[in-house]
Ligand binder design. Structure first.
Ligand SMILES: NC(=O)c1ccc[n+]([C@@H]2O[C@H](COP(=O)([O-])OP(=O)(O)OC[C@H]3O[C@@H](n4cnc5c(N)ncnc54)[C@H](O)[C@@H]3O)[C@@H](O)[C@H]2O)c1
Length: 312
């Protein structure tokens, strides 16, 4: 059997997962440079794969239709927007995700972006290196209003961190987790109120038809001038051109962006702005999260095929 493994960081700190897959009877297919697969590369790579451990590489219907032997996809991460789930359902392809493996790492990164932007850390650091010892005025975080869009594993983690900063927290989700809201003093409201009221907004929604370009010119025009917007979820949730305009014209204070509409984001207009801290879709890339995702993604493959073998 063959397993295609696309994420560059899979097994980065230990060979254990590769050893387990090989002992489980798998031949491992990987690309030498570890870069994200293009659609054409993916079509060729999945041709004789029985399983795929996939990162953010395309697994749309065109790619999946080339994967004649594919039985299961083990997502290295939680976002399945790069996988055509309807196609998988129709064709009996099982999809598993590494739920919970990277939520703490992403929540930490979102918080780091908030702090880094509010306190202008990148600018101050750059200044110090060229002899600029001026006091750059920055913004307060402690006690300010934070809006969290998406109160799942990561959003909840951000709320818990914000409580330590005594923030007034607003939350939005399709699902209302009453116990969590009460315990963490979160005001449950809509996206519009969050944009009108909050000093910080952090996005933790999945990318779906309903959330695509949820944050656009109209919503951004209602935001406070000191808004710091963080997106460690998926690029498509924010209209990147509208965000660029708002940032360039100083209509909002800053943005921390780890996920882009098109990745790698070498063409994004956001790259030219100073009031943005950019991430290379790396919010989950801590040693602990990489180890956990590797272990879980490999286990999902092994468990699936061992169930198949035993006919359960
Ligand atoms: N930057 C990174 O490296 C990185 C790593 C992990 C996850 N992510 C992304 O972070 C996001 C959140 O991940 P998570 O693990 O917290 O997911 P999760 O599934 O635990 O939480 C998502 C939340 O969004 C809510 N939701 C779903 N559809 C909605 C809608 N239409 N409107 C409002 N709320 C809706 C769900 O009820 C849920 O509470 C995802 O987009 C994921 O792809 C990014």
């Amino acid at each position: 059997m063959k397993v295609l493994i696309t994420p560059r960081s899979f097994g980065k700190n230990s060979d254990e997962a590769f050893r387990r897959l090989e002992e489980g009877g798998f031949e491992i297919i990987r690309k030498a440079d570890g870069s994200i697969y293009t659609e054409e590369e993916m079509k060729a790579a999945v041709e004789d794969a029985d399983a795929v451990i996939v990162g953010v590489d395309p697994m749309n219907a065109d790619v999946l239709s080339c994967a004649k032997k594919l039985k299961m996809i083990s997502k290295y991460g939680v976002g399945t927007d790069n996988i055509d789930l309807d196609y998988c359902k129709e064709h009996g392809i099982t999809v598993e995700i590494t739920r919970g493996a990277n939520s703490a790492a992403v929540a930490d990164f979102a918080f780091a972006l908030m702090l880094g932007l509010a306190r202008r850390m990148v600018e101050i650091d750059k200044g110090c290196r060229v002899g600029d010892w001026s006091k750059k005025e920055s913004l307060d975080v402690y006690g300010k209003k934070l809006g969290v869009l998406g109160l799942g594993a990561i959003g909840k983690g951000v709320v818990r961190r914000a409580r330590g900063f005594d923030m007034e927290i607003y939350g939005y989700d399709v699902f209302r987790d009453e116990a969590f809201l009460k315990e963490n003093h979160v005001k449950f409201t809509d996206v519009e109120e969050i944009f009108r009221e909050c000093d910080f907004i952090s996005v933790h929604l999945p990318l779906l038809k309903e959330t695509e370009h949820l944050i656009d010119k109209k919503l951004l025009s209602t935001a406070k001038k000191n808004l710091i917007l963080i997106n460690t979820a998926r690029g498509g949730i924010i209209d990147e051109k509208d965000l660029y305009e708002a940032l360039k014209e100083g209509r909002i204070y800053g943005a921390g962006i780890d996920a882009f509409e098109c990745e790698p984001a070498s063409e994004s207009p956001l790259l030219e702005l100073d009031n943005v801290i950019l991430g290379s879709h790396c919010a989950a890339s801590t040693r602990g999260a990489v180890d956990k995702m590797t272990e879980m993604a490999a286990s999902h493959v092994l468990e699936y095929f061992s169930r198949e073998e035993s006919g359960k």
